[in-house]
Design a protein around this ligand. Sequence first.
Ligand SMILES: Cc1cc2nc3c(=O)[nH]c(=O)nc-3n(C[C@H](O)[C@H](O)[C@H](O)COP(=O)(O)OP(=O)(O)OC[C@H]3O[C@@H](n4cnc5c(N)ncnc54)[C@H](O)[C@@H]3O)c2cc1C
Length: 502
Amino acid sequence: MKKIIIIGGGVAGLGAAYKVRRAAAAGHDVDCVLVERNDRLGGKLATDIVTDPDGGEYIVDGGSDAFVSTKPAVARIARMLGMGDAMVPAREENKKTLIVRGGSLVELPDGIMMFAPTKLVPLATTRLYSWPAKFRMALDLVLPRTVRWAEGETAQDHDETLEHFVVRRMGRESLDRLAEPLVGGVHASDPREMSLAATFPNFLEMEQEFGSLIRGFLAERKKREAMRKKHPPKPGAKPWAFFNTFYRGMQQLTDGMAEAVGRERIIVGASVTAIARDGDAWRVTLDDGRTLAGDAVIVATEAWAAEPLARQVDGAIADLLAAIPCSSSATVPMAFRSADFPADTKWFGILSPIVENRPLLAVTLSSSKWPDRAPDGRVLLRGFIGGPRNQHLLEASDEEIIETIRAQIVDLLGMGPDVQPVFASVYRWAGGMPQYTLGHLDRVDEIERLSAGVRAFALAGGAYRGVGIPNCIESGERAVTKVLGDLGVTYEEDTAPRRPGQ
Ligand SMILES: Cc1cc2nc3c(=O)[nH]c(=O)nc-3n(C[C@H](O)[C@H](O)[C@H](O)COP(=O)(O)OP(=O)(O)OC[C@H]3O[C@@H](n4cnc5c(N)ncnc54)[C@H](O)[C@@H]3O)c2cc1C
């Protein structure tokens, strides 16, 4: 029996453990044990069910609240777990984004794809940009590429920061008013440092293929519209949405994975303090004094938590892990009485650009974006605070952070200044978001090259090739393939996406 020790019970670690169990079910003589520092499994997937004083419940996601449907890993795992029906699409009928401009809210104009306009009239009439900015954005249609990639080159060979790219193609205001809060916001990243090759290589690829971002997104829009015409939704089928969640919140996914792994294989509330080779095997030490013996180790923690463990294996890997910075943030779920809230709740969220200089990054109106998030007569939202330029705000107490967000919400939505939430809480994510800075992919290539040389050892998680939940699951699965291969076990799975009914 080959035993894999997995460190970290986030979605990557659980993704790894679940794959080991599938390999065992397929007849391989393998097993695993997973160690998680916190009492709760799931890492950045953390759902609480909160009861309203007047009855009814809120489904509160303190970390991730969604997964994208364009990457198949979550749906694949959910179906394997028998949880296909638990996936819930966002309520597209409420899909509207509001952006703070000069202290008031402006609706994101129709036809904007990421930050590129693809429809003329909404661009011409929006208050989001000044007229000079609109003309500057249109220049993207005629500005030449600065370089032509040679045959075989990729975005990684021509990495660029988000700021450099957007300002070069569409001007400063396009960055400040939308690309920064929207694109930088996904990674809670500073556009001055964020690597495009590691986050949105498609922008760089579009410039190469179409010579213009607007033309690239126009082509993508046409492709999507043609697909929608060719494959109209089947009557009675769940509507398609880009963002999806689970009926009982995102933690339903990691809870389902943990059940499938078997709770008897999972240790919670214990931190791994050391990993060491023991002949051909590994010895893992926990902070409660226990040691575990295994044939392979997968470290599926944040990069900063992996670094001291990796240092005991290979100093060069640890140095590279130390070069992956991270930013901290907090989410602040908050519920209001509908009577105290503006009547128009047909929107998904608010983005607050850094140039607005507010202590708020974004707001999601959870009870409009998802069904059944709040009891009747209540709205549930969550504020987002922190990010690369506002780390100091997180030094405040929970009470102060709640008051900061409350004051921002009532101001932006024009509610009475004294309106109080029915409940509010704070989820802090210290060092929770890895920052993919310029050259990130080169560093990850090197980490993987060095790890390949360490027998039965692998790293996994959101710090490497994508922070999104599907990426993290795949990263855990790749780590299993690597260590099983080192142990002489070949276990392949068909991970091709299935069309409904297949
Ligand atoms: C606020 C927030 C909102 C997000 N929203 C979304 C979203 O809507 N959609 C999306 O796709 N992505 C989102 N992300 C990103 C995504 O949630 C993460 O990238 C992903 O969950 C990371 O999973 P992971 O398993 O790699 O790491 P983690 O979830 O960080 O898990 C690592 C685990 O390792 C444990 N650990 C660390 N050190 C040790 C040790 N020494 N011993 C034992 N255990 C240890 C930690 O306690 C932790 O539980 C969000 C991230 C944040 C912070």
